[in-house]
Ligand binder design. Structure first.
Ligand code: ADP
Length: 521
């Protein structure tokens, strides 16, 4: 075996090793480089066809063309040049001298780089289908021999299997990327479970909705997750999925995550497979919390209204009966009776106001955008709320910046906002406390806040404070009645004005609730 034979065998061995390479670029580059080196070519080029043998998928040249030139070069060579000829005839070509062979197209860009005189061009077949063409070039005429041609054909034959593997892998990867993009893009939560109900895939929306990370759920069975995350929601999900699998007509169910306070409509699709181990269950979770919130809110309000209105109405009726009898008998009514009647009436009033507010929020009544003096707003609100603070023996401190500029917005809705905040401060502060009101303008923002010395809100309940009908549960405020609606309305009105609400609170020490609005001119 002479030196050249040895290097030929070595090349074929190395090309055979490419079978283990799944990267398409790698396979192509190494095939070009190995063959170019072995036959002493100056340059190698590869045209790769897609799996249908049609569109050009890749063009690799040892030469560094810019992408535009590369496209022009490819098209011309394929239409008029040697690679096109080899593709059309599905057979190799050996050109001893390009000067005398019309199949060789001379390109402008090429002239400067390499004057090609001899060429070797072989087709690549994968399972009998043409998949590409490799061209090897040299500046001297008659550089390549028929032996070179056979060798490169053998290399092409060897490399074809690696090419097919890499192409398949490429396609699988592309599909995976597509799938990933779809999964990432959809707003519904999506889980893929295996037949054992272990989470095999979870999309970002699902992670967001569940408030978990991929590592906490991936690979775990739903029932195990219920225990691990101490959240029975996953067990209920598993139950629903099992029922859905057993009865295809039942592939939709509702489930609530009490931890995140989200309601889901779940659709289950059972993906059957030839082998049980490959089967899977796709579940799509649609977050319907806001719809549910609204329905729950309505139900809650109706229950509240019927219950809480019945009580004060009864009280009023009883007192009125007594007073009527007394007045008939010429006796003046007891002032305590009147005071209690007044309190009952106030409770009814606040309930009715809340009901109306909810209705209005639902109707999304458009906001007015009228300029007004912020002092008028604060004074109107104080007028509304002062009697209640006085009844609680609370001191109201005002800290209002002078010369505030007019602001634009819906005066009446903002008055309700401030009323709600002051009302809460009064309600959630024991007798004798202090309510401090501040207002100032800075950086084109009007800021208003109410600070109280009241019960405060437990830290673990603060996150939910603006949610509709949420009420903090703590012993100190258990006696205070409310609907849990006020703050959600405050937030909505302020945000619709382009502003933001905020609060700070410490249990047992007090709270400050505030908002800012953009000063519109
Ligand atoms: P409501 O007062 O009718 O219950 P809100 O929506 O106004 O409803 O308030 C929601 C909850 O926030 C209240 O139930 C209470 O637990 C808490 N909260 C609001 N304002 C204060 C405050 N100033 N101090 C302490 N807790 C407050």
């Amino acid at each position: 075996m002479n030196v050249s034979d040895k290097s030929h065998v070595e090349m074929l061995v190395q090309i055979a090793r490419l079978l283990a390479t799944l990267d398409l670029d790698d396979v192509l580059w190494q095939t070009i480089n190995l063959t170019t080196q072995t036959v002493g070519a100056a340059r190698g080029t590869f045209f790769l066809l897609d799996e249908h043998g049609e569109t050009l998928q890749r063009f690799i040249a040892a030469q560094n063309y810019d992408p535009e030139t590369r496209q022009i070069v490819s098209r011309r060579i394929l239409e008029q040049g040697l690679a096109g000829w080899v593709m059309a005839h599905q057979q190799s070509a050996l050109i001893d001298d390009t000067a005398t062979d019309p199949r060789w197209v001379v390109l402008d860009a090429e002239k400067e780089l390499l004057r090609v005189r001899s060429v070797l061009c072989v087709p690549f077949f994968v399972e009998g289908e043409l998949r590409g063409v490799m061209t090897l070039e040299h500046p001297q005429p008659r550089h390549f021999t028929p032996e070179h041609l056979r060798l490169v054909e053998a290399a092409a034959h060897q490399a074809a299997a690696s090419l097919r593997n890499a192409q398949l892998f490429d396609r699988v990867q592309a599909q995976q990327r597509q799938l990933q993009a779809v999964l990432d893009g959809i707003s519904e939560g999506l889980l893929v479970l295996d037949t054992e109900l272990c989470v095999r895939l979870v999309n970002p929306a699902a992670l967001r909705l569940f408030g978990v990370t991929e590592a906490t759920v991936l690979g775990f069975n739903l029932e195990v997750l219920a225990e691990q995350l101490a959240n029975p929601f996953y067990a209920r999900l598993a139950e629903g999925v099992k029922a859905a699998i057993q009865d295809a007509a039942n592939n939709r169910f509702e489930v609530r995550d009490n931890l995140t306070k989200r309601d889901f409509v779940v659709n289950v699709a059972n993906v059957s497979a030839k082998r049980a181990a490959e089967g899977g269950i796709v579940i799509a979770l649609n977050d319907v919390s806001s719809l549910k919130d609204l329905t729950r809110l309505k139900t809650h309000m109706i229950q509240m209204a019927s219950h809480d209105l019945k009580n004060p109405i009864g009280v009023l009726r009883n007192y009125l009966d007594v007073i009527r009898a007394e007045v008939k008998g010429g006796v003046l009514p007891d002032p305590m009776f009147l005071e209690n009647m007044y309190k009952s009436l106030a409770r009814m009033e606040s309930l009715v106001v809340n009901l109306l507010d909810i209705q209005r929020a639902e109707d999304a009544e458009p906001l007015k955008r009228e300029p007004f003096d912020p002092y008028d707003l604060i004074n109107a609100s104080l007028e509304d709320m002062m009697p209640s603070a006085r009844m609680h023996n609370q001191t109201v401190v005002q800290n209002i910046q002078p010369n505030l500029r007019p602001i634009k917005g819906d005066f009446d809705r903002l008055r309700e906002v401030i009323n709600n905040l002051i009302d809460n401060a009064v309600k959630y502060t024991p007798q004798g406390g202090t309510i401090s009101i501040s207002a100032y303008a800075e950086d084109e923002r009007f800021t208003f806040s109410v600070k109280d010395t009241g019960y405060g809100i437990p830290a673990d309940q603060q996150a939910a404070i603006f949610q509709p009908y949420f009420r903090a549960t703590q012993a100190s405020t258990a006696h205070i009645s409310g609907t849990g609606v006020g703050l959600s309305l405050v937030k909505e009105v302020i945000e619709r004005h382009g502003g933001q609400v905020w609060f700070i609170s410490k249990e047992g020490q007090g709270s400050t609730f505030g908002f800012w609005l953009p000063i519109l001119t």
